[in-house]
Design a protein around this ligand. Structure first.
Ligand SMILES: NC(=O)c1ccc[n+]([C@@H]2O[C@H](COP(=O)([O-])OP(=O)(O)OC[C@H]3O[C@@H](n4cnc5c(N)ncnc54)[C@H](OP(=O)(O)O)[C@@H]3O)[C@@H](O)[C@H]2O)c1
Length: 227
């Protein structure tokens, strides 16, 4: 059975990713910051292993990678993300919060790729998915503001594009995916789609990913988003 390692899988899109991959008979390494909050994961039927991981903490990443040494991973999904404070404009930006958002949304995913590269090389599928946001598209930024979140996802996109190109020769596929506007704690109650629909779409995008199409920026429905 293939295996997937998911970050931030205790709630929102992450727990739905764990649910759907488990239902499809994958081995799911479901990671979250606080394993005391794993009730939703523990309720999932299937081969789900709950593991502690804080992607903003380099030691937490290397500890988990060490614990999992020798375990092949087919697919890494960098899902964990934070928005940071909302409504801050020029003159009122919070640089401390900005650094924290970059640590989770940008540095975390790159550290994960570095730390788990050998596990992924040992896997058959050799796939990486980054859950980004359309807010990280510079081409589609027509409304300004949101400096912190936008820059963290634009930088995530830039780094994952390099990961895609650097690992293409080894047969890796990297998919950079906007999940849609999804009803979660982050997306809020007015969001357009449920996690179920978002994850169904993203799973199709990930399944279709090949080294020939690596490093593209997709919407959850498979259409491409301009950088
Ligand atoms: N919802 C949307 O409309 C939307 C749109 C575009 C992009 N996205 C992206 O989709 C991804 C998932 O978002 P969501 O809507 O599911 O958000 P969410 O409901 O707020 O969940 C965020 C998840 O990230 C985890 N997380 C935060 N900081 C972490 C850290 N340092 N280490 C490990 N995990 C951490 C959270 O864990 P805790 O429970 O421990 O806090 C939680 O599981 C994010 O990357 C987000 O930017 C979402």
């Amino acid at each position: 059975m293939p295996s997937v390692l998911i970050t931030g899988s205790g709630r929102g899109i992450g727990v739905e990713l764990a649910r759907q991959y488990a239902a499809a008979d994958w081995t799911v390494y479901a990671t979250l910051r606080n394993t005391d909050r794993a009730a939703a994961l523990l309720a999932i039927q299937g081969d789900v292993k709950v593991l502690e991981l804080d992607v903003a903490d380099p030691e937490s990443i290397t500890t988990l990678a060490g614990r999992m040494a020798g375990t092949p991973i087919d697919l890494l999904i960098n899902n964990a993300g934070i928005y940071g404070p909302r409504g801050l404009g020029l003159g009122g930006l919070s640089y401390g919060d900005w650094e924290q958002v970059l640590a989770v949304n940008t540095l975390g995913p790159v550290r994960m790729v570095e730390a788990f590269l050998e596990h992924l090389r040992a896997g058959e599928q050799k796939k990486i998915a980054a859950i980004t946001s359309k807010m990280g598209s510079i081409a589609e930024n027509t409304s300004g503001a949101n400096y912190i979140y936008r820059s963290s996802k634009a930088a995530l996109n830039a780094t994952m594009k390099s990961v895609a190109l650097d690992l293409k020769g080894e047969g890796f596929s990297v998919a950079i995916i906007h999940p849609g506007w999804v009803r979660t704690d982050m997306g809020g109650p007015n969001a357009l789609i449920e996690p179920r629909q978002s994850v169904q779409g993203m799973r199709r995008v990930i399944e279709a990913a090949t080294p020939a199409t690596t490093g593209r920026f997709y919407n959850y429905d498979g259409t491409e988003i301009p950088w």
